[in-house]
Ligand binder design. Structure first.
Ligand SMILES: Cc1ncc(C[n+]2csc(CCOP(=O)(O)OP(=O)(O)O)c2C)c(N)n1
Ligand SMILES: [Mg+2]
Length: 632
């Protein structure tokens, strides 16, 4: 390092300066990779990273803006919501103190990694020098002196490092960037920062802070893999595409729409892939799997070739390996992540979704499915669309609303480019089936981790990523109670959300699941404990509308379709975060998917309800496939 110009900065100052100089580039489009840094300060980061962020804000508040959040987990969700809307080309850093602030981020890290969304976590860590050990919130793990709570990040992150010494920072940061910008490998990255090291000064080579542009690659499919895939698809009579989130992140939706229109191959969509085609595209059969449409599931049941594009084939997508029922069904799997290409013994095509679709389209020449299949698909899609229309219909306007009607009203009152956000409860499944998606980024349901509490926080990130769209957060009472904290952050930042808070006094989703498993909705309703010792008393006097108002949101209570319609219109006209509180009946569910989800039922039981459910379970289990076959 002879004669290199250097600059003397603390490790924290160097970190922040480095982050501000990182860019991503894809198809010639260049973006600042970190839009900013969320944080909550404590003794583990206030003096180091806090000082560096203050210094950066005073110098130029636009370079790496700092946002004070309310809960560390929620801040990671906001970063995920943002990065997902930006097709993973931009994200946020999130910093926490040591101990509980850091471990609060572990759930957020898992969510990011499961959904393959880049986020950079900078948890504070206990002293590298250990001179003041044990410090406040230090774990003191008896069997190993170098373990801290931050080691909990290792299994849920794609890359983990701890900067014990300043000299390690450049490699840690470059390693982090390499993973964050790799479409196959991306997810959460955690760089733990011991609190003493953060404040330590070092002479850094100036080139560490030069602008770096990280090219987001589009791996081309191998010619052999395209040839093999083409041979399989060209022989298919009833092919089906399963479109996952990768189609959207890769910007492959147009290529997919053209490919399917030309070949007539129908497309079922996963939760992350909903939006890959607009709902009324002639080849769209809507949602697939356990929460799918009867159209997609009927097509899946008889498909001879399934072309998975950008999907990780979760159990909800495959209906726990029961959706594809042809005993000879073959899979062709296009994915940037090799792990996903070999699932269900598929023929792997390791490639960017857009590049692979274009290559396959060319290689397939004038291949097209037969007219009978085209007509059958169109008829099934029409039938499902009629089912949706019926579920949306408002009968007696003076009566209360059910959840399908709430979804219908939100859908019809929103603009095509508006974004619906959801994550857990009964709504993700209902949205998957019923939401008419009109824009590739219009549907944002976090269903990799399906984390209660993602909704408001993720919605905040989504809105920050696309300020020109209305973001409509649909959240159940259970999920709201888990983490509505970022309403206060939205108010603080002047970021407008529309939150539809569906009050049904507990877990409609797990209640229905419980009943189907013969468990009598045990422990799923928010009610008083009665003298008999059970949670079966009157509803609790919880007022979530008042709670939302207390956090600074504008709140509207709606009971009927007319009131709800007015409320959505007011909310859309408002420029402040607005919460619409609506009561629904948890016992009225959305139309059936005619599908299954594998949740094992007790093999022996004292309860007749459980014994009956076990018999049904065994029947369904018999329809499960292994999809195992030798590699080609
Ligand atoms: C953090 C977390 N804990 C537990 C679960 C399991 N779970 C899934 S849905 C659900 C209930 C959600 O209740 P609510 O938000 O009121 O929605 P509803 O089911 O009533 O539609 C639970 C407990 C989860 N997904 N996430
Ligand atoms: Mg509920």
């Amino acid at each position: 390092m002879a004669n290199e110009p250097t600059v003397r900065l603390t490790v924290a100052q160097a970190t922040i300066r480095f982050l501000a100089a990182q860019y991503s580039e894809r198809d010639g489009e260049r973006n600042r990779f970190f839009a900013g840094c969320f944080g909550i300060f404590g003794h583990g980061n206030v003096a180091g990273l806090g000082q560096a962020l203050l210094q950066a804000e005073l110098r130029d508040p636009t370079t790496l803006p700092y946002i004070l959040g309310r809960n560390e987990q929620a801040m990671v969700h906001s970063a995920v919501g943002y990065a997902r809307m930006k097709d993973r080309l931009q994200t946020w850093a999130v910093t926490s103190s040591v101990g509980p602030g850091a471990t609060n981020m572990v759930t957020g890290a898992a969510l990011a990694t499961i959904n393959r969304i880049p986020v950079l976590l900078l948890p504070g860590d206990t002293f590298a020098t250990r001179v003041s050990t044990p410090v406040l919130q230090e774990l003191e793990y008896a069997a190993a002196g170098d373990i801290t709570v931050n080691d909990a990040f290792r299994p849920v992150c794609r890359y983990f490092d701890r900067v014990w010494r300043p000299e390690q920072l450049p490699a840690a940061m470059l390693g982090a960037m390499c993973v964050l910008t790799d479409p196959a490998d991306t997810g959460a990255v955690a760089i733990a920062m011991p609190q003493d090291v953060q404040a330590e000064a070092f002479d850094w080579p100036e080139t560490l802070f030069a602008e770096r542009v990280w090219h987001i690659r589009r791996p081309m499919p191998e010619r052999t893999e395209v040839q093999r895939a083409t041979a399989i698809i060209a022989a298919a009579k009833r092919p089906l595409v399963v479109a996952g989130g990768g189609v959207i992140y890769s910007g492959a939706t147009q290529a997919l729409a053209q490919f399917c229109r030309r070949t007539g191959i129908p497309v079922g969509q996963t939760q992350a892939g909903k939006g890959a085609l607009p709902y009324d595209h002639p080849q769209s059969v809507g949602a697939i799997g356990s929460t799918g449409t009867t159209a997609a599931n009927a097509v899946a049941a008889k498909a001879d070739v399934v072309i998975g594009i950008g999907t990780r084939y979760s159990d909800f997508t495959t209906a726990s390996r029961s959706a594809f029922a042809d005993p000879d069904v073959r899979f062709v799997n296009i994915n940037v992540a090799p792990l996903d290409t070999i699932k269900n013994s598929g023929l792997p095509v390791v490639a960017d979704a857009r590049e692979a679709i274009v290559a396959l389209d060319a290689a397939l020449g004038d291949y097209s499915v037969g007219p009978d299949y085209r007509n059958e698909v169109a008829r099934l899609a029409r039938e499902w669309d009629d089912t949706v229309t019926a579920a949306y219909r408002i009968g007696d306007d003076s009566a209360g609303l059910n959840q399908s009607q709430v979804i219908g009203l939100v859908n019809t009152l929103s603009e095509p480019s508006d974004v619906v956000v959801c994550a857990a409860g009964s709504m993700p499944g209902d949205l998957h089936k019923l939401w008419r998606t009109r824009d590739r980024k219009g549907y944002h349901v976090e269903y990799g981790d399906s984390c209660m509490g993602y909704e408001v926080a993720g919605g905040l990130g989504a809105k920050m990523a696309c300020p020109d769209r209305d973001v409509l957060v649909l959240v159940g009472d259970g999920s709201y109670l888990m983490m509505a904290t970022e309403l206060a952050t939205a108010v603080q930042e002047g970021v407008k959300l529309i939150v539809v808070l569906v009050q049904n006094h507990g877990f409609a989703s797990i209640g229905a699941l419980s009943e189907s498993l013969g468990l009598q909705r045990f422990g799923t309703a928010y009610r008083y404990r009665t003298q008999g010792g059970r949670l079966d008393g009157a509803k609790l006097p919880v007022d979530l509308a008042a709670n939302a108002a207390s956090l600074g949101a504008h709140v509207i209570r709606a009971s009927t379709a007319a009131e709800f319609t007015d409320a959505v219109k007011v909310a859309k006209g408002n420029d402040v975060t607005t919460v619409i509180h609506v009561e629904t009946d948890p016992l009225i569910s959305a139309p059936n998917s005619e599908s299954w989800w594998d949740v094992p039922v007790s093999e022996v039981s004292e309860l007749d309800s459980t014994t009956a459910a076990r018999r049904a379970y065994e029947q369904n289990k018999a329809a499960q496939h292994s999809y195992l076959r030798p590699a080609e």
